[in-house]
Design a protein around this ligand. Structure first.
Ligand SMILES: C=C(O[C@H]1C=CC=C(C(=O)O)[C@@H]1O)C(=O)O
Length: 431
């Protein structure tokens, strides 16, 4: 059995906290786009590797049940982390990085502006109390790191021509195979900094730079996955359920008028509407099968991010007590915003074209609390950080009408916010 100690409504400075967290692993930072939800986990009491197979979600549920059995009844903490994008057809040795869920030694739940309920878990009540007290004293004593963006050493968009060929071949298949409707293909950008990244500091920066998105960091060992995703996979609070279709993209305009014009054109564009509607109808049918009663608007609206705007259809509804967040996440992932349609056929094309597992890119990342609250986002607009190296990911939905050059431009725009977070602008690099 574990023992648990909580202190309520503790003011904590996030700069001090992130500086201290840089010395700990694993760490997890998850902030919702509403600005209210912020959960942080530091250190692991128990860790579960999420494997790339179909039982991954059922295994995670079993692990959570076992964890719950080791905690005093009524403990309100969450397990946190991610699942790999792939759920089949991958040997463990092929995984880029192991994906993990963990029960944190220290859990922080935001309850007000810079104010948290802080919970420590350890083997005895005395150990949990001293873990909590020592941590709070250490945060107070921490001198916040002065954060400067790294200078860019070099950046290369990887295999651009292979991506172009992949899109062209996929368009051909989509035109010839009437059962294949959509495939989401992705590519990578490899960048190196003049100094090693501090993932927690980068997390602070994505918050400042992209307030309208999620802000997520999952650091495990020497690698960290950072995501400023606009895409929710699911949120369950009490009996309330939310998800969203985010698919169909155009750039932001240079002026307000141009921005509005581009948005209006996107809303009317047949190719993007088709791309989007496939996601909406698929989510709708998965939710029905999973026993979630959810409704959505009949027409998409616009979601505006830093460099792109998307077609966006939020879903909301209710879930019964018996509906399990892992089961719904596993059923929804990958939606045709990240996989394609039909899912299995699209995943086969993705594996053939991309030739490399996606790992946490496009994967479910989030938390499930012991009292049943849960939230998973989709790990896009993201980068894997290791030392001085950053691998950025960007994908785009391919349908029969897609043009390869446009998809290259769209993915380039999707890299940009993360590049601007991680690196000084060239003008700033001067000296
Ligand atoms: C796969 C990505 O975006 C997805 C989410 C929104 C719009 C998309 C699109 O328009 O293609 C993609 O489906 C990504 O940003 O890497």
């Amino acid at each position: 059995m574990y023992a648990v100690q909580t202190k309520h409504r503790i003011p904590i400075n996030l700069k001090q906290l992130t500086t201290l967290a840089a010395t700990m692993t694993p760490t997890f930072f998850f902030e919702g786009s509403d600005g209210h939800t912020l959960r942080i986990g530091l250190g692991a009491v128990s860790e579960h590797v999420t494997l790339p197979h179909h039982q991954a979600y059922a295994e995670a549920r079993q692990w959570l049940t076992a964890v719950k059995g080791e905690l005093p009844i009524g403990t309100d903490v969450a397990i946190m982390g991610g699942f790999p994008f792939e759920s089949a057809g991958l040997r463990l040795a092929e995984m880029a990085e192991a994906s993990v869920l963990f029960l944190p030694q220290l859990s922080l739940l935001k309850v007000g502006p810079d104010t948290f309920d802080v919970t420590a878990i350890d083997t005895t009540a005395g150990a949990a109390r001293s873990r909590l007290d020592q941590f709070l004293a250490a945060v107070q004593a921490t001198v916040p790191r002065v954060s400067t963006r790294a200078a860019l050493h070099q950046a290369t968009e990887l295999k651009v021509e292979a991506f172009r060929r992949g899109v062209e071949q996929t368009v051909h298949r989509l035109q010839m195979q009437s059962d294949l409707k959509k495939v989401v293909l992705s590519r990578r950008l490899q960048a190196t900094a003049e100094q090693a990244f501090l993932p927690e500091t980068e997390w602070l920066r994505i918050r400042r730079q992209n307030p309208e998105t999620y802000h997520i960091l999952l650091k495990s060992g020497s690698t960290a996955f950072l995501s400023s995703t606009p895409e929710r996979l699911l949120k369950m609070t009490g009996d309330r359920f939310e998800t969203a279709a985010v698919a169909g993209t155009t750039p932001r305009g240079a002026t307000t008028d141009q921005d509005v014009m581009l948005g209006r054109t996107l809303l009317r564009d047949a190719k993007n509407r088709w791309e989007h509607d496939l996601v909406v109808t698929t989510i709708d049918s998965i939710l029905r099968t999973a026993g979630v009663v959810a409704t959505h608007r009949s027409e998409p609206i616009l979601m505006k991010n830093r460099t792109v705007q998307h077609l966006y259809t939020p879903f909301s509804g209710v879930v019964g007590q018996s509906v399990d967040a892992f089961a719904v996440a596993g059923a929804l992932h990958p939606t045709p915003a990240l996989g394609g349609l039909p899912t299995a056929a699209a995943l086969t094309v993705i594996a053939e074209v991309e030739q490399q597992p996606r790992g946490l890119f496009g994967a479910p990342i989030g938390y499930v609390s012991l009292n049943g609250e849960a939230e998973f986002a989709v790990g896009i607009r993201s980068a894997q950080l290791r030392g001085v190296s950053a691998t950025l990911f960007a994908g785009a939905g391919i349908v029969a009408e897609s043009v390869a050059e446009n998809e290259i431009q769209e993915t380039r725009l999707k890299f940009r916010p993360m590049m601007e977070t991680l690196f000084k602008r060239s003008a700033e690099q001067g000296g």
